[in-house]
Design a protein around this ligand. Structure first.
Ligand code: SAM
Length: 256
């Protein structure tokens, strides 16, 4: 077994994160750099649409205080159980609520780090949600935003023989395949960056997440998970690979 055939158990450095997977490795790399930059500070983290706590619980385990705002009571119940099992119930707050009504739930300028992963593609209108994220951040605070990629969705539909759906997705201004699509919209890097900039955030980094993972036959992906994670990290920041990823990760900051 070579070094690349092993899945790295945790990110290097002081932040002991969860096991890295092709779905999360690139995002944790970016977040870890921000956590390292903040040194030993206990950060106030807000995870909008944080679901069952896949990011919130590891961040709480790293010593930060995390508030998860999510529309789903079921997801929040699972989050609460997960936080208790991890021994960090005292550092995780679960709030049921809507992303675009954050103002009533969270103090303005109170968060050091805001996460909004896989949410902007499902909400009614992403503009007020992003504005609310920006308002929740302290000056100098950072936002981690993950959105569905449009190009990958077009290619995936075409490669599975759904050419009409691919054509609809490619032509639709929002990048949706219509009323039966599970997502209301998808993004390219420029469109997602423009959305964040319009809310006053400075976009510092854009990475592709799952450039290859969804394209590979399961035996290949499962057979060499460490190599796949390494490749995902290598390709994540490099156009054109980045722009073909299933998701785009944007790291942005509220100006100090
Ligand atoms: C695809 S899941 C993503 C969960 C988590 N952020 C992750 O990346 O694993 C989308 C989450 O957003 C939540 N959600 C959807 N619309 C929302 C809204 N308007 N306000 C807050 N949460 C919302 C859902 O309940 C769900 O937990």
């Amino acid at each position: 077994m070579t070094r690349l055939d092993r899945v790295e158990e945790t990110p290097r450095g002081p932040f002991a994160g969860p096991p890295l997977t092709p779905r999360t490795a690139v995002i944790w790399s970016v977040l870890r750099a921000e956590l390292d930059r903040r040194g030993d500070a206990e950060l106030t983290v807000l995870d909008v649409g944080g679901g069952t706590g896949g990011f919130a619980v590891p961040l709480a385990r790293a010593g930060h205080r995390v508030t998860v705002v999510d529309a789903s009571p079921d997801a929040l119940a699972a989050l609460t159980r997960r936080a208790a099992e991890a021994g960090v119930a005292d550092r995780v707050v679960a709030l049921q609520g809507d992303g675009d009504a954050l103002a009533g739930l969270v103090e303005p300028a109170s968060a050091d780090l805001v996460l909004c992963h896989a949410v902007l593609e499902v909400v009614d209108d992403p503009t007020p949600v992003v504005a609310a994220l920006a308002t929740a951040l302290r000056p100098g605070g950072a936002a981690s935003v993950l959105v569905a990629g449009r190009a990958a969705a077009v290619l995936a539909r075409a490669m599975t023989g759904h050419l009409e759906v691919a054509a609809t997705l490619a032509a639709d201004p929002a990048g949706s395949a219509g009323p039966r699509d599970t997502l209301r919209r998808r993004y390219d890097a420029d469109g997602a960056a423009a959305l964040l900039r319009a809310a006053g955030l400075e976009v510092e980094e854009i990475h592709g997440v799952r450039v290859l993972a969804d394209l590979l036959p399961a035996p290949v992906a499962d057979g060499q998970p460490g190599l796949l994670v390494e490749l995902e990290r290598t390709l994540a920041g490099r156009p054109p690979y980045r722009d073909l990823a299933a998701q785009l990760h944007l790291f942005a900051r509220r100006p100090a």
